[in-house]
Design a protein around this ligand. Structure first.
Ligand code: NAD
Ligand code: DAU
Length: 340
């Protein structure tokens, strides 16, 4: 099976490519990635060395580039497209939403259109639980929960989901949408909660917790998400949406305290800072449909997964410092400077 994976040099895409190349000998992958601040060729240096030229091929490019997409998909060169490419950080979407609309909405449209023209047999679009908005203290999101996005990021992802729906309904395109809860694991860019807190704790710097720290996220290990995407690719029904989760609801403060405990650092490092505007209070993912129809079962418990993740960042200190470029520091200084 020949796959076009977009955004494969980011956190989840790189884990997915490594998982697929390791577990399926019949798979070859073209990775199309723009290499924004979040995309890093180092995330797949091992795969490029082992499979480069044969089963793995990297193209630096933009999913908004219709000509490039036509070139890549020309002549039925690809059996399936899996779209991970996106601007993904909620805080950045608050500071500057334009790139989110460009990539997440217009880019997904360009990819759908190119795949439609090339008659691609399968299109898996990677979405998020954030399109459902926020939950109260009880209940879970299901695939029939109405979309109610609250941030520019989640609004742009919901827009892309609606385009996927429209291309299925109007053009009969074999589109499958997956929506997943918060991922953690190796290669996550250190602007997101877990790697940022590991980085700060190791450096003995204050750990910025938004608001009262009691916002709840439902954490899933990235490998469990990747296995879910693989199932959606192989067994998903066109036109269907599948939620993936892992029954790991945790308040942010609990996650931060656990990281400090794993690293043997004091809770005195915790700093409560001004809240994120529009901050969703609670997410919890119901994934019974994926369990029943795809055979999806998350395998990695949060306690073990988090301990291994902390160890990965300790063992990969060079990776962690290399991604903290000038542009990274500029955003972090400005964003957290305003929250003191
Ligand atoms: P990430 O920010 O780590 O990686 C995104 C990748 O997309 C980067 O490699 C970047 O260079 C690439 N990219 C951005 N714009 C592009 C463009 N115009 N053309 C080509 N490539 C482009 O993101 P992630 O956390 O790995 O998320 C991947 C996908 O999964 C996203 O669609 C995101 O919405 C979704 N998702 C993420 C989570 C999570 O917890 N991280 C949960 C659910 C869904
Ligand atoms: O739910 C899936 C989504 O999870 C994905 O679609 C997004 O791409 C991904 O970024 C993530 O969004 P969140 O906003 O939930 O993740 P983030 O890591 O930014 O924040 C997690 C929680 O931690 C959230 O409640 C905000 C809080 N937080 C975050 C940061 C960066 C803090 O308290 N302090 C921080 O410094």
């Amino acid at each position: 099976m020949r796959l076009l994976v977009t955004g494969g040099s980011g956190f989840i895409g790189s884990n997915f490519i490594r998982h697929m190349l390791a577990s399926r000998e019949d798979v070859s992958i073209v990775n199309l990635d723009k290499l924004t601040y979040a995309g890093n060729p180092q995330n797949l240096a091992d795969m490029a060395a082992r499979h480069g030229g044969a089963r793995y091929h990297f193209i630096k490019g933009d999913i908004c580039d219709a000509c490039l997409l036509d070139d890549i998909l020309h002549g039925k060169a690809v059996d399936a497209v899996i779209n991970f490419a996106a601007e993904t950080h909620v805080d950045r979407s608050i500071a500057d939403s334009a790139p989110f609309l460009t990539t997440n909405v217009m880019g997904t449209h360009a990819l759908l259109e190119a795949a439609r023209k090339a008659r691609v047999e399968r299109f898996v679009h990677i979405s998020t639980d954030e399109v459902y908005g926020a939950l109260g203290p009880t209940g879970t999101f299901t695939e029939t929960t109405p979309l109610a996005p609250n941030s520019p990021y989640s609004a742009s992802k919901a827009g892309a989901d609606m385009l996927c729906r429209a291309y299925f309904k109007t053009h009969g395109m074999p589109v499958v949408v997956t929506r997943c809860s918060n991922n953690y694991g190796p290669y996550q860019f250190p602007e997101k909660l877990i790697p940022l807190m590991i980085l700060k704790a190791r450096a003995g710097e204050p750990l910025p917790v938004y608001g009262d720290g009691l916002h709840v996220r439902d954490w899933i290990h990235v490998l469990d998400h990747c296995r879910g995407v693989e199932l959606a690719l192989m067994k998903g029904e066109p036109g269907e949406v599948y939620n993936f989760g892992s029954d790991n609801e945790k308040a942010n403060l609990e996650v931060v305290r656990t990281i400090l405990a794993i690293l043997g650092k004091s809770e005195d490092l915790i700093r409560f800072v001004a809240d994120r505007p529009g901050h969703d209070r609670r997410y919890a993912m119901g994934y019974e449909k994926a369990q029943a129809r795809l055979g999806f079962t998350p395998l990695i418990g949060f306690a073990d997964g988090l301990r291994e993740t902390v160890r990965w960042y300790e063992d990969n200190a060079a990776w962690l410092s290399a991604v903290q470029t000038g542009a990274y520091r500029e955003f972090m200084d400005s964003w957290y400077g305003e929250r003191k």
